[in-house]
Write a protein that binds this ligand. Structure first.
Ligand SMILES: [Fe+2]
Length: 183
């Protein structure tokens, strides 16, 4: 599967532009994490890009979320490691995260929301100029972007990253695709 094929499939299955942007942001962070750990950047990036592909197809039944997504990813040519990470990023299935890829996807997913929300409250609503320490401040405000699960983000410790480093890496990755995110 090429990246273009994966992105085409995302766009075929997802109407909500913000959800597409969330997946692009997750891809960017996953690519940066793969580079950081010397892992396969394409594998990690495409896992991030595809991870929520089924959200509009499951008719609100979150117990199905990521099962269908993993099947779609497999049909596109995703390998076992990728489909596994997609499947277990929804804890509803009770499949334990085992690999570094599983854990990376799980903690990168909510970081995108925290960073986007941190950008949107700034004058100009841009990612450019946003600093990691501002995102960290927002991290500590419980009521801010409450949907971005802080505990889940903090699981970056399980892939050997401190919260500061993870936030900085994620922010830089998203700043690198700011135009694509419209931020
Ligand atoms: Fe997600």
């Amino acid at each position: 599967m090429t990246r273009e094929e994966a992105l085409d499939s995302v766009k075929d299955n997802v109407e909500n532009e913000n959800l597409v942007k969330h997946m692009l942001a997750t891809e960017a962070i996953m690519r940066a994490l793969a580079r950081r750990f010397g892992e396969d950047e394409e594998e990690w990036g495409l896992t991030g890009l595809l991870h929520d592909i089924d959200v509009e197809l499951i008719g609100g039944d979150m117990s199905n979320h990521s099962k269908l997504g993993a099947d779609l990813a497999r049909e596109l040519g995703a390998n076992e490691a990728m489909t596994r990470a997609i499947l277990c990023h929804n804890p509803a299935h009770g499949i334990p995260m085992e690999t570094r890829l599983d854990k990376a996807l799980f903690c990168a997913d909510p970081l995108t929301g925290l960073i986007i929300a941190s950008a949107l409250v700034r004058p100009g609503k841009k990612l450019a100029g946003l600093e990691a320490r501002s995102v960290m401040k927002r991290f500590k405000e419980k009521g801010f972007a409450a949907g971005a699960d802080r505990e889940q983000i903090s699981l970056c410790s399980q892939i050997g990253l401190g919260l500061d480093e993870f936030t900085e890496l994620g922010l830089k990755a998203m700043q690198g695709i700011a135009d694509g995110l419209g931020l």
